[in-house]
Design a protein. Structure first.
Length: 416
């Protein structure tokens, strides 16, 4: 079993894919060396001795290193290298999204990776070329005679060199494969550190995800509050119209008209939310505010709900942001009462007291007092709480004796 695991890299696809990536690194380094060999000797003075020749050779060999690093600073290199690593090297880097380097820290990390890739790649490429050539010669060793000036196809000489040649060739190739495996594993481990996102990029990505999540939650609240309320009203009105269709046609006609108005309002709200999803400026209708509260209350009364409203204060002076959220809070409170308690009397109290807007909604509940825990899933109260939290207000909701009570307090000015 152990022997099978040891030989598995010889036939694993990952080994040869990583080998291709390493060979690509060696090929990418070749132009830098060609340029170095063309430029460095010309810059050296003539008549140099042995030490000077060694110095020129060392400079020619090392000159590509800074050039490779500078090339890696180009932002697009990170995308190109990241794509190649994902396809050929694999490993943990496949879990990351590779984008162009935006900061100097990201560029330096990419340049370090590019240098490692080309450096390790040229070593593996040199070993591959040398070992494979030597392996071919060793495999053919038994077929040639080396005792004459010309090496011709010859009979078996029965020398130890000829016997061991193919065996040594196999050993060299196996060693080369394990060098490739080790180099590929090293690159797979380094890739997330050098090509993965920097801490600053992780923070930026987290902030972007948080913004997208907040926007989705806001749109979900808009749909739940507006369309959910309209559908609750339509359900009650349709049921009432159906019951008195023959006995009171006039009331049924009024209920159908109210259904039409509720559906039209729901379509407008839905178009507004879809416009936000499409980022279509032409379909972003203004959101309702407390100026539209009267229409909301009348719509609820037309559904057959006995609604008592007590408004104290000038709602027109309330800031727009608070006014929009307060409208949705009242709308969801009414929807919550209709959905969970039915056509029960609802009392709404709204007042401006100092620098705060106070909202109170109550309605009777069943003796078990489980209005908030019914089949609606609690999304309505959660949506109200999210709106209150955004405005840094306070909210309480729950049974108060045999009545369900929602109290909301919103600051009219921003709180530091």
């Amino acid at each position: 079993m152990y022997g099978g695991r040891a030989l598995r890299p010889l036939v694993a696809r990952a080994t040869w894919r990583r080998w291709a990536y390493l060979i690509m690194g060696g090929a990418l380094l070749l132009p830098y060396w060609i340029l170095s060999m063309a430029v460095i000797p010309r810059l050296a003075p003539t008549g140099r001795g042995g030490l000077g020749t060694l110095l020129i050779a060392a400079l020619t060999l090392l000159a590509p290193v800074p050039a490779v690093f500078v090339t890696g600073l180009v932002p697009a290199v990170r995308v190109l290298e990241g794509t190649a690593v994902k396809e050929l090297v694999g490993g943990p880097i496949t879990e990351h999204t590779i984008v162009a380097a935006r900061s100097w820290a990201g560029r330096c990390r990419t340049a370090s990776w590019f240098s490692v890739h080309l450096g390790v790649g040229v070593l593996v490429s040199g070993l591959s070329l040398g070992i494979l050539s030597a392996a071919v010669a060793l495999v053919l060793l038994p077929l040639f005679s080396w005792r004459h000036e010309r090496t011709l196809l010859y009979r078996w000489d029965q020398s130890w060199a000829q016997v061991l040649g193919p065996v040594i060739a196999v050993v060299l190739i196996v060693c080369l494969v394990y060098v490739i495996v080790a180099a590929g594993s090293l690159l797979a481990r380094l890739a997330p550190r050098l090509l993965g996102p920097t801490p600053a990029e992780r923070l930026t990505a987290a902030e972007e995800r948080a913004m997208r999540l907040a926007e989705r939650n806001r749109l979900a609240r808009e749909l739940h509050d507006s369309v959910g309320h309209a559908l609750s009203i339509v359900t009650l009105q349709a049921g009432a119209a159906g019951r008195v269709l023959h006995s009171d046609p006039e009331f049924a006609r009024q209920a159908l008209g109210a259904i039409e108005e509720s559906a039209r309002s729901a379509l407008q709200d839905l178009d507004h939310v879809l416009g936000l999803l499409r980022e279509d400026e032409t379909s972003k209708a203004p959101q309702p505010t407390l100026a539209d509260l009267g229409a909301l209350l009348n719509q609820t009364r037309m559904a057959g709900v006995e609604l008592e409203a007590d408004i104290d204060g000038d709602l027109a002076q309330i800031p727009a942001a608070v006014s929009r959220e307060a409208y949705r809070i009242v709308q969801e409170g009414l929807t919550n009462a209709l959905r969970h308690a039915g056509k029960v009397p609802v009392a709404l109290r709204m007042a401006v007291r100092g620098e705060r807007l106070e909202v109170e909604m109550t309605n009777p509940i069943e003796p078990d007092g489980e209005q908030g825990g019914s089949s609606g899933g609690g999304r309505g109260l959660r949506g109200i709480r999210e709106r209150v939290t955004v405005l840094r207000g306070q909210m309480t909701a729950g049974p108060d004796g045999r009545r369900w009570r929602i109290d909301v307090s919103l600051p009219l000015r921003s709180i530091p």
